[in-house]
Design a protein around this ligand. Structure first.
Ligand SMILES: *[C@@H]1O[C@H](CO)[C@@H](O)[C@H](O)[C@H]1NC(C)=O
Length: 188
């Protein structure tokens, strides 16, 4: 009896110890494949990065990885306004090393565009919304003091992107409306 209960305590301890030392963040390759960070080759691919991102639950401490040819492309983290207008002139962060690994330190929306001339306008951009599931657990040892309030880096933590699928889904001509929206977003 005593043996069995201390044994289950030991198991319990192991479970907690494992949970505490388990890797904290997951790595995601943008678009789910290594060559996805590029100008979409067709209108049907135009919004594919955002479609992919909408299907992923990003957490604080996860990483987003962009792979591309160094020097030929880049990744700029920008504000929502600059994401929408493809304005590369005041990026929050710029990367052009070919294998960019972005760590999400805060919950909220993140906006990434290509820094190359014309690429963002043609659809090389992605929005990611990070949730703060881990904020209910004890603070991570690597967290910086400044990270205490879980606030978005920039802008209010509102809808992930300007388009709302709820609006589009009502009424007829759904596909047509979506086609127009996508085409307008990529090749205006
Ligand atoms: C881009 O952003 C900068 C800084 O916010 C601003 O000064 C500039 O006017 C913007 N350019 C365009 C084309 O909107």
């Amino acid at each position: 009896m005593a043996v069995s209960s201390s044994f289950s305590l030991f198991i319990l301890f192991l479970v907690f110890a494992f949970a505490a030392t388990a890797p904290m963040g997951k790595d995601y390759i943008v678009g789910g494949k290594p060559d996805a960070w590029k100008v979409p080759s067709s209108e049907s691919e135009c919004d594919s990065l955002n479609k992919w991102a909408e299907g992923v639950r990003f957490n604080v401490e996860d990483h987003l990885i962009f792979t591309y040819e160094a020097g030929k492309d880049s990744v700029f983290e920008v504000s929502k306004e600059n994401y929408v207008s493809c304005n590369t002139s005041s990026a929050i962060k710029k990367y052009n090393d070919g294998k960019t690994k972005v760590r999400f330190d805060f919950s909220g929306p993140y906006y990434f565009i290509s820094g190359e001339k014309g690429h963002c306008e043609k659809g090389e951009k992605v929005t990611v919304v990070v949730i703060s599931q881990r904020s209910i657990v004890s603070p991570s040892p690597s967290a910086s003091p400044a990270s205490a309030p879980v606030a978005p880096v920039q802008g209010p933590a509102v809808a992930p992107s300007p388009k709302s699928s709820a609006n589009v889904l009502q009424g007829g001509g759904v596909l047509m409306a979506m086609g127009v929206v996508v085409a307008a977003m990529c090749f205006f």
